[in-house]
Design a protein around this ligand. Structure first.
Ligand code: HMG
Ligand code: MG
Length: 323
């Protein structure tokens, strides 16, 4: 049934790699995306149009988008490729490439299962200190900037995802994150035209009761569960517990990263996103359908972590491979 269907948003190529100090080659990034595209995933976050002096690892996101627009990536199901854009400058980089490649991508206005779809993602923060560190501006200013990016994206027919970071704990303000503030920011982003809100537990400080309290607060504010995705980092090992709580609340979209890759440059000590292998295994154990091939995902996790010289952070991936 549709209620047992879960959408997994693979964020490894962006959230997973953005914090790596050593430059990862374009070829490796493209190989990662091509491998992921074969697993049955329907959404892959592929890059980020941000200032290269802030996040140098994402500097070749244009080349990645160009490769996707070549339409040579083989996939068993239609895929939406997501790209972050924090401001109009970042959006314009994406827009220029899209305009150079008319007819090579699908949009909400012109859906086409034979073409890759492109999505833009903006990213707000739930606390003023994180907003300053991550975006160099206050929350209000960021929301004004996102409104412009969302409007411009919509004019191109693109779907828009909007993140809110540090919703369950902030590296600077601790556990003191107000769920009402999160709901207020989410409402603003939805009113600006965002199609989906991804609630980021950037620091992994979320716990089961606080996840539940946050989602109750979102419902009370009139935000629909189908408009919410959960984005858990596994720093304290609570990601799947919080995922279970979110499922109970009716959430059906979850972000994860192959091999548990990741960390946030502005969130000291934060480890990776919950591993996609663990997420898929967990969903399968509950009888939920992800459409994602666990064995293939485990292979990719082992490969990419070795490729970039990191330990494989997926317990399930290692178990599946007998490693
Ligand atoms: P700023 O310094 O305030 O911006 O940064 P500025 O407008 O003063 O520009 C500074 C320089 O950056 C200028 O270049 C601009 O041209 C350039 P210069 O004159 O010095 O040579 N610039 C850009 N270049 C490329 N693309 C752009 C762009 N914008 C300006 N889009 C800005 C403001 C937002 C740009 C900056 O703070 C930034 O890029 N931050 C990046 C933040 C980031 O990528 N964080 C990680 C992603 S969020 C995340 O990981 C959390 C998430 O996973 C969810 C979760 O876990 O919670 C999503
Ligand atoms: Mg993240």
């Amino acid at each position: 049934s549709s209620d047992s269907r879960v959408r997994i948003v693979e964020v490894g190529p962006r959230d997973g790699l953005q914090n790596e100090k050593k430059a990862i080659s374009l070829a490796t990034k493209i190989e990662l995306i091509e491998r992921l595209a074969k697993t049955g995933l329907t959404t892959i976050e592929a890059g980020s149009f941000v200032a290269p002096k802030w996040v140098p690892q994402m500097a070749n996101s244009s080349e990645i988008m160009e490769h996707i627009l070549q339409q040579k990536i083989e996939a068993p199901v239609p895929i939406t490729y997501s790209f972050l854009a924090p401001n109009t400058k970042g959006f314009q980089s994406a827009e220029a490439l899209l305009k150079q490649n008319p007819g090579r991508f699908a949009t909400l206005l012109e859906p086409d299962v034979k073409k890759p779809a492109v999505e833009v993602a903006v990213f707000a923060a739930a606390t003023e200190s994180f907003s300053q560190k991550n975006l160099n501006c206050d929350i209000k200013t960021s929301l004004d900037r996102f409104k412009a990016v969302i409007q411009d994206s919509k004019a191109l027919g693109l779907r828009v995802r909007a993140y809110i970071s540090v919703v369950l704990g902030c590296p600077f303000e601790g556990f003191d994150v107000d769920p009402h503030k999160v709901a207020e920011i989410a409402t603003d982003l939805l009113e600006s035209g965002a199609d989906e809100i991804s609630l980021g537990d950037t620091t992994g400080m979320g716990t089961a009761p606080r996840t539940s309290a946050l989602l109750k607060c979102m419902s009370a504010a009139g935000i629909r569960t189908e408009d919410i995705a959960m984005h858990f980092h596994d720093t304290y090992g609570q990601a799947l517990v919080n995922t279970a709580v979110s499922l109970e609340h009716g959430i059906r979209t979850f972000d994860s990263s192959v091999g548990g890759l990741g960390g946030c440059p502005y969130s000291p000590g934060a480890t990776g996103n919950v591993a996609t292998e663990n997420m898929v295994y967990f969903m399968e154990s509950l009888g939920m359908e992800t459409g994602v091939d666990l064995d293939a995902m485990a292979d990719i996790g082992a490969w990419i972590t070795q490729e970039i010289g990191k330990p494989n952070d997926s317990s399930v991936g290692k178990a599946v491979l007998g490693a």
